[in-house]
Write a protein that binds this ligand. Structure first.
Ligand code: NAD
Length: 335
């Protein structure tokens, strides 16, 4: 959709609401009206961080929409990182059985991944994205200028998802780093769109987007209960290491792929406080049992036969998963 078309839709909406978090609000909320050309929007500013991606926050936003008499012709603009776009998409897709929403991602991770593809949700009972919907935004509007205020650690988190696309779809993205990422943003988004178009509801092929996420989500969920939480991308970075290790064992992936990835993983973790070791593996394994990709209690992994040749629904025995985590902990303790 052209920007002019989007502006017209917003000008014709009964009301425009902007959902954002407290960090993004101070930098980019004043700019947004100017970019999108609407005259008045009700601003809904929530706390920043993954701990706010909850049903409780969703409920508070629904209450605000109701108090302001939002009807089905209202539009919700989600301005922020993946936390805001996931939560805002969920809120919009449930309110009065669905109102339109626009995503304006402000983190690299949201620009290349979270804001695209129509998966919305909140965390529940300590598990990531346990409650959610599939509903596409009306539009995803990317303005890389937003990255000028993004902390380095959050930038690296987005890079991890870009590297993921390198493994599953286009090895050119394996070259991405913290200096050249801007030239790869459009390509990364394009890969995500192509995969989603083929399988919107994740019955099959879309699962390849979960490369690195099976163990990644478990480590992320676990880390959030500790004093050294990881970003989503950091967790995916180590999840990809384990997935590559398992791919060598289970699918005959060339060991060089893992060796080549190690310096990249070190870059992706360079701002993280990594404080995990073999003692944490039991707790991480427990989170694996809640993974949405499990089938009949078995853990479904995305593994690689080769770079750009992902295989989904690869069921790996728990013992081997443990072993991959042990190897990871060993590798990271030697750094
Ligand atoms: N729906 C999907 O397909 C999908 C895919 C991947 C990840 N996700 C979800 O995305 C979330 C992670 O997203 P994220 O990494 O963007 O985290 P986030 O939205 O929590 O943002 C990270 C931090 O950066 C701040 N921030 C955002 N933009 C900023 C800017 N321009 N300048 C300064 N600070 C800024 C935020 O306030 C926050 O503190 C997770 O909840 C994850 O589950 C969803």
């Amino acid at each position: 959709m052209r920007l002019e078309e989007l502006k017209e839709i917003l000008s014709e909406a009964s009301q425009v609401f902007v959902l954002t978090d407290e960090n993004v609000a101070q930098y980019w909320l004043p700019e947004l009206e100017h970019w999108l050309g609407f005259e008045h929007a009700e601003e809904i500013v929530i706390g920043a961080g993954e701990s706010h991606k909850t049903l409780q926050t969703a409920q508070e936003i629904w209450e605000t929409l109701l108090e302001n008499n939002a009807d089905r012709q209202a539009v919700l603009v989600n301005l922020g990182g993946g936390m805001v776009t996931d939560l805002g998409g969920f809120v919009a897709s449930c309110y009065q059985r669905g109102i339109r929403f626009v995503n304006v991602p402000t983190t690299l991770l949201a620009m290349v991944d979270a804001a695209i593809g129509g998966k919305n949700g909140v965390n529940f009972a300590g598990c990531k994205n346990q409650i959610g919907t599939f509903a596409e935004p009306l539009e995803v509007m990317i303005n890389p200028i937003c990255l000028s205020t993004l902390p380095e650690r959050e930038m690296l988190s987005g890079l991890a998802e870009m590297v993921k696309y390198g493994f599953i779809a286009d090895d050119a993205l394996l070259k991405v780093d913290d200096r050249n990422y801007e030239q790869y943003i459009l390509r990364a988004g394009e890969i995500k769109r192509e995969i989603v178009e083929e399988d919107f509801k994740e019955h099959g092929y879309r699962k390849v987007l979960n490369f690195g996420h099976t163990i990644g989500h478990s480590i992320e969920s676990y880390s959030l209960t500790t004093s050294t939480p990881l970003t989503h991308g950091e967790a995916v970075a180590v999840g990809m290491w384990c997935a590559l290790w398992l791919s060598i064992d289970q699918c005959g992936l060339d060991e060089e792929v893992l060796d080549d990835y190690c310096p990249k993983m070190r870059l992706l973790l360079s701002e993280a406080e990594w404080d995990f070791s073999a003692k944490d593996i039991d707790a991480i394994m427990a989170y694996l049992d809640h993974d949405k990709k499990n089938v009949d209690g078995k853990h479904g992994f995305v593994l690689l036969k080769d770079v750009e040749k992902p295989l989904y629904d690869q069921f790996v025995p728990d013992e081997l998963v443990r072993q991959s985590l042990n190897e990871l902990m060993d590798y990271l303790s030697d750094l």
